[in-house]
Ligand binder design. Structure first.
Ligand code: SER
Length: 587
């Protein structure tokens, strides 16, 4: 069964069961420059999972374009993808476990004709936050899954939340048995050996995890499901990898025909990154040096490098893009319309990187000659790092060229330097992410410091539940997104404004502290995305009013800020919650 047929069957099946079909959200989330990509079907539905009324009702279904880049380095193996399509169905305070399980069972066994014997399921084992999900297990039994193929696992396997805070709950996952032998006596669906492949995840979203780590019941019980389309197509077509299905196979074939050197991992990387790039550009993404633009740039560069690596003439790229779009157009007809634009952007970016490759190679020659003149045979890590950092020359290419020239490379040394650099740049981008600073002129720095004061004042006036969800700063103004259930009253706004001005008047000292993450947490420092920080963190302390994880920069004392005024408040805080889902990922 082709992917498009699975998609259509899914939408029709749920439509027949009272669901309204809603469109996929864009890969580029609206209203928020600081969110990278849409990572799950539920992302556009967060406000409705929390209780807002959805215009299409309480039963919804869709296909959602998703990009998840956590595992970008793994692409090239037989399963990781950065772009994928997620089929979903939702109950917003409508049906719950019984109907959800029955519908999933019917869809899998009757619409997709998967034999029951191929299916195993997992349920939540229960803990101090939520009871064992016996009801779901009962529902599976009633539907037709025998007890020995119903497993129970804890939060690590059977609990879904996007990030640290937000709507969440126990889930039940469905697994397809590939028929491979068990890797051991203990082999079960939680095992990674490849015998069992997860095909669907139904989350029973009835909890909200607060920043304090505590769970409270949501106003309504929801169901949020996600089915990975490419993976399902792969299984139903009896293929071992997604690269063999119709969405990828023609590109893989084309590459095979063009390549000088056979390399399946490179072929996969090119095919996968090309599709992701096409889809991101199609939704308005453009390569750049920051945030999502940088992810796109990385995808295109990696693809270009691998084309080069397997000896494919880069002039063939337009042809390869054509093959990819042809394989995707049935699923995404808009690609045909955008074809020329997509091609141009990809080719321009490829051309830019080609120069980098050339420069890197030239620099490498110099390094090699110098070493040989000094009768040395090992390139040190610093040189490899320098080629990488200054010329963007990929280290593995340095190694390749070195081998050809009879030289060795101290990769251990390089790895150390690279890691240190990564930690540093991660901190930097987190800081930027948190600060939302596009550029850092004097005004931006002031606004940035004011952001911390505003965050602190909001907590005093509205309560401790207030948390920063994002911010955006230009030389003219600062925008601050935060979580709070209601619009602020005029009186509250007045109070916040006065309090911030009070802090400014007190001329508080702004101190930059460097410490371990744990220490900072123990001191009660605020962080917007905790798990994005490495071990060593920077914390800014403003008098006794504010303590926040932050990369800066800031003014040295608050009197430098001048007068603070709230000009406008938009009630978009719930939608801004989308940010939480940056970290969302499927297990
Ligand atoms: N939100 C869940 C997931 O991404 C179910 O759709 O797996």
């Amino acid at each position: 069964m082709k992917a498009i047929e699975i998609r259509n069957k899914h939408l029709k099946f749920f439509e027949k069961n009272g669901h309204k079909i809603i469109p996929s959200a864009s890969l580029i989330p609206e209203n928020d420059p600081s969110v990278l990509f849409n990572t799950a079907g539920m992302q556009q539905l967060v406000p409705y999972l929390l209780g807002e009324k959805h215009p299409s009702g309480t039963r919804l279904t869709d296909y959602q374009k998703c990009v998840r880049t956590n595992d970008i380095e793994e692409v090239g193996d037989n399963r990781h993808l950065t772009y994928f399509e997620m089929l979903g169905n939702w109950s917003l305070g409508d049906y719950f476990k019984e109907e959800s399980v029955q519908m999933s069972f019917d869809f899998l066994t009757k619409e997709l004709n998967i034999p029951v014997e191929k299916l195993s399921v997992t349920c939540f084992a229960g803990d101090e936050d939520c009871e064992r999900d016996n009801l779901t297990a009962e529902c599976w039994k009633k539907a037709g899954i025998p007890e020995e193929r119903i497993y129970y696992f804890g939060k690590d396997d059977n609990w879904w939340i996007a990030g640290e805070e937000g709507p969440c709950g126990p889930d039940t996952e469905m697994f397809y048995d590939t028929g491979k032998p068990k890797c051991s006596e203990k082999c079960n669906p939680a095992c990674d050996c490849g015998k069992y492949v997860e095909i669907w995840n139904n989350v029973f979203m009835e909890f909200y995890k607060g920043k304090d780590g505590k769970y409270t019941k949501l106003k309504q019980h929801n169901v949020d499901t996600g089915l990975g389309l490419e993976r399902m197509a792969m299984l139903l077509q009896g293929k071992e990898t997604p690269y063999e299905i119709e969405l990828f196979a023609p590109v893989m074939e084309k590459l095979k025909e063009l390549e000088a050197e056979e390399n399946i991992a490179s072929r996969r990387i090119i095919t996968e990154h090309l599709r992701s790039s096409i889809m991101i550009i199609n939704d308005g993404g453009r390569p750049s040096n920051v945030d999502r633009g940088y992810i796109l740039r990385r995808l295109i560069r990696r693809m270009t490098r691998h084309l080069n690596k397997i000896g494919i003439d880069l002039e063939k790229l337009p042809e390869i893009i054509g093959v990819s779009i042809d394989s995707l157009k049935e699923m995404y007809p808009e690609l045909v319309e955008n074809k020329e634009k997509i091609k141009n952007i990809l080719i321009e970016e490829k051309n830019k990187f080609t120069k980098t490759l050339k420069n890197g190679e030239r620099e490498f020659e110099k390094v090699a000659n110098r070493l040989k003149a000094n009768e040395k045979d090992t390139i040190d890590g610093k040189t490899v790092f320098n080629l990488y950092e200054t010329y963007g020359f990929p280290p593995e290419m340095t190694v390749e060229l070195a081998t050809e020239s009879g030289l060795k490379v101290d990769m251990e040394d390089f790895d150390k330097l690279y890691k240190a650099h990564q930690d540093k740049s991660r901190m930097g981008s987190e800081a930027k992410f948190k600060g939302g600073l596009a550029s850092t002129g004097e005004m931006e720095v002031k606004y940035h410091t004011a952001t911390h004061l505003l965050n602190a004042a909001l907590k005093v006036v509205l309560g401790d539940h207030v948390h920063q969800k994002g911010s955006n700063i230009t030389a003219e103004r600062l925008r601050f997104d935060f979580s709070h259930g209601a619009k602020m009253t005029d009186e509250e706004k007045q109070k916040v404004e006065s309090l911030v001005n009070e802090y400014i008047k007190q001329d508080l000292i702004v101190e930059k502290l460097e410490m371990k993450k744990d220490e900072a947490l123990a001191m009660g420092a605020e962080a917007m995305f905790l798990d994005k920080y490495g071990e060593d963190v920077t914390v800014y302390k403003i008098g006794d009013v504010s303590l926040e994880f932050c990369g800066g920069p800031h003014v040295t004392n608050t009197a430098k800020l001048g007068h603070f005024k709230i000009k406008k408040e938009d009630e978009i805080s719930i939608i801004e919650n989308n940010q939480e889902y940056l970290k969302a990922f499927r297990k």
